[in-house]
Design a protein around this ligand. Structure first.
Ligand code: SF4
Length: 361
């Protein structure tokens, strides 16, 4: 029995030719989140844009540690640290500007109800003295709109949906394996039937076979009930398995964003290209290439292109001029001057011919 849904009549966007279309499910534009740490400003999210067009789509946010992936999730959930010095940009859910909501409105209408999150390591913080069923049921009990019987059936329904039998409701966390705990954590995030589920490294603590089972479960949840996902990972291979779009995070930016297949097969940012070249491949004739250099300090990122100290392709403007997100033509973008023929000249065409990317074998 699904939880009673809010009135979610999708709003529309009006184009210059007078046509309208349903607003995207989630549209994030030029989002910034800066906070102070040790007396210095950390530019954790620094002008990030991406879109989830419709239900059942997944966006992968891929990158090294310290690239701002988790800070983006924290910004979307508005679970902001106290020392925030900048939080701006646009976050629209079905056309509604949810960044403009008051804290109280956001807590009542959005957080957990429409955007939910599975935190990294969440399966390790289940309450050891509470039965699984009670932990899943807690938000419904606080909501107070369902009878005890209805809450029980919702918990059972969720347990089955995540691949566990209803009898798990009476177990304690210590009686569960790691994979079973991760399924329970997913059930907890789904309890209020959110539109968007953020998953922060949901499989990183699991062994490979359990990881595959959880990935299959996520693929099922995309189809039915049509959950949209923001999948945060350092593993671009995992993201390619689940996601329709991929954003390659680097130093608080999205270095590249676009349809997953295009980003994997024809990456347009050197960082994405090098990230893919660092992956082991089953039938590759050359060994994986290590990524050169270290990620930059987000309190003092390099001038110009933030990737320029590590970039083997850098040219004249790269260490002075900040590349904007340059449109690729498929709705995606790359923050690299090589994609602007007016700046890169002949290098533009040479860049397009670079054979890079990953095949699915
Ligand atoms: Fe490399 Fe320049 Fe492109 Fe940055 S803008 S990724 S330094 S080529």
């Amino acid at each position: 029995m699904p939880v009673a849904k809010r009135d979610s009549a999708a709003r529309s966007v009006l184009y210059s030719d007078g046509m309208t279309a349903p607003a995207p499910l989630l549209a994030v534009e030029d989002l910034h989140l800066h906070y102070v740490s040790g007396g210095r400003v950390v530019r954790a999210v620094d002008g990030v844009s991406f879109t989830i067009e419709r239900r059942g789509e997944a966006v992968g946010i891929v990158g090294e540690s310290g690239s701002g992936k988790t800070s983006l999730a924290v910004a979307l959930m508005r679970l902001l640290p106290k020392n925030v010095v900048r939080f701006d940009g646009s976050i629209r859910l079905e056309g509604q500007d949810i960044r403009a909501l008051s804290e109280d409105e956001f807590r009542r209408e959005i957080r957990w109800r429409r955007i939910a999150m599975v935190f990294q390591g969440a399966m390790n913080v289940l309450n050891p003295v509470l039965k699984i069923g009670d932990q899943i049921a807690e938000p419904l009990q606080l909501d107070g709109r369902l009878s005890k019987q209805a809450i029980r059936s919702r918990v059972n329904e969720l347990l089955v949906r995540v691949g566990l039998s209803p009898e798990f409701a009476t177990r304690y966390p210590h009686e569960l394996s790691g994979g079973q705990k991760q399924r329970v954590v997913l059930a907890m995030a789904l309890v209020l039937d959110p539109d968007v589920l953020i998953l922060d490294e949901p499989t990183s603590a699991l062994d490979v076979s359990v990881q595959a089972q959880i990935m299959n479960l996520l693929k099922d949840l995309k189809q039915d009930p049509g959950i949209s996902m923001i999948f945060i990972t350092h593993d671009i291979g995992l993201a390619s398995d689940l996601c329709d779009h991929i954003a390659v995070a680097y130093a608080g930016w999205h270095a590249e964003y676009g349809p997953a297949e295009r980003v994997l097969l024809e990456p347009r940012h050197p960082y994405a290209r090098l990230l893919l070249a660092s992956l082991p491949r089953l039938r590759a004739t050359t060994p994986p290439q290590p990524m050169p250099g270290e990620p930059p300090d987000l309190t003092n990122p390099p001038a110009g292109c933030r990737f320029h100290p590590r970039c083997p392709y850098r040219f004249a403007p790269c260490d002075t001029d900040v590349p904007p997100p340059i449109p690729i033509g498929d709705g995606g973008h790359a923050r690299c001057w090589l994609n602007d023929p007016g700046v890169a000249g002949d290098l533009y065409l040479a860049h397009l011919k670079e054979p890079a990317g990953v095949s699915h074998d």
